[in-house]
Design a binder for this molecule. Structure first.
Ligand code: PBG
Length: 340
């Protein structure tokens, strides 16, 4: 007979009086709520949004269930919904009708991204923090984040000049923060100087300091109708490397980044923790399109509890060290948190 069925009736394996029992703090939902160390708050969520030029009706994105390419009008409405739900900020991406070698639409005040920024700033004023993706890939005919040299390579310093102009165009259109995401060396310093020289000293820089070349950007490329052939491995980071991420962050901090970001989020939580430890500015993480696609696909098959997974991943990103999270789930989660 096993000891637990011993005739004595008592359980010989019972913990002695005075034992530590961590399960006490998990006994009720109220207890678990009281002792939760990390919680996701709507004000720390940023909603990335896509606006497409010349669109008559919003278009649902197949590989990003629940996400749309907006018209200017539907953009304003969705932005208002996000702000009303308590979402902390908006990150805007533009999808132009025309592309060219240097991505002219990015710096044109009448380019879709700048038009949409102006519209949102007019409608929302300072009720939210308006951010814009500062990168050329949506606007170039080749789909790269910079301009190309004669050999077809992405030319770092020629691209910096474009980024300086783009920063000024976005600041003039009403961005509170610009988000350089092209991973060119020196981009933060150049953008800071350009903004200051143009008098935009209050416009901040949310630097995509750490951006890995990731398969998780696939659905985003549908969203912005990317024309890219090949990959971005000469400028985005190699997922095998950890130390390099710290170097990128140190450079961006020295160049004047007001916030730093790590991207993607879930596959790089270790990096996020490292960055948190060396940064003296707020750290953001971007739960990218492929992270959403994986949750949605498995959820649709009934293989995971989709709603629980959304909150679990965001909590993990927060716990790893993100103070701010860019997520396509921002409005939905903000509403769920308000209701709970
Ligand atoms: C570059 C940019 C990308 C994303 C944000 N900014 C795409 C890329 O680097 O290829 C990806 C975001 C996502 O996947 O949700 N403009």
């Amino acid at each position: 007979m096993s000891p637990r069925h011993s005739a004595a009736g008592g359980n010989p394996w019972a913990l002695p009086a005075g034992s530590t029992r961590p399960r006490r703090l998990r006994t009720t939902a109220a207890m678990r709520r009281l002792v939760a160390e990390h919680r996701v708050h709507p004000a720390e969520l940023v909603l990335p949004m896509f606006v497409k030029e010349g669109l008559a009706e919003p278009v649902a994105l197949q590989s990003m269930p629940g996400v749309q390419q907006h018209t200017l009008d539907s953009l304003v409405k969705a932005a208002r919904d996000a702000v009303d739900a308590g979402v902390g900020g908006l990150m805007l991406f533009g999808v132009p009708e025309q592309h060219d070698e240097i991505g002219s639409g990015a710096t044109d005040p009448d380019g879709i991204l700048n038009v949409a920024l102006r519209r949102l700033r007019d409608e929302l004023g300072d009720d939210t923090v308006l951010m814009s993706d500062l990168c050329l890939d949506e606007f170039t005919s080749h789909g790269h984040c910079g301009v190309l040299d004669e050999q077809g390579r992405v030319d770092n310093d020629a691209t910096l000049q474009r980024y300086a102009d783009m920063a000024i165009a976005q600041a003039e259109a009403g961005a509170h923060l610009v988000g350089p995401s092209g991973m060119m060396d020196g981009q933060v310093a150049v953008i800071r100087r350009a903004l200051d020289e143009a008098g935009h000293t209050d416009v901040g820089i949310l630097a995509y300091a750490v951006k890995y070349a990731s398969a998780a950007y696939g659905p985003f490329r549908e969203a912005v109708e990317s024309t890219l052939q090949g990959d971005r491995r000469t400028y985005q980071q190699d997922g095998a490397n950890r130390t390099e991420a710290l170097r990128e962050v140190q450079l961006d901090l020295a160049e004047g980044a007001d916030l730093v970001m790590v991207k993607p989020a879930l596959p790089y939580l270790d990096i996020l923790r490292d960055v948190r430890e060396i940064s003296d500015v707020p750290v953001a993480a971007y739960q990218v399109s492929g992270e959403l696609a994986m949750i949605e696909a498995a959820g649709a098959k009934g293989w995971i509890d989709r709603d629980a997974m959304v909150l679990e991943t965001l909590t993990a990103i927060k716990r790893a060290g993100a103070q701010i999270i860019l997520t396509y789930y921002a409005t939905e989660v903000a509403r769920r948190l308000q209701a709970s």
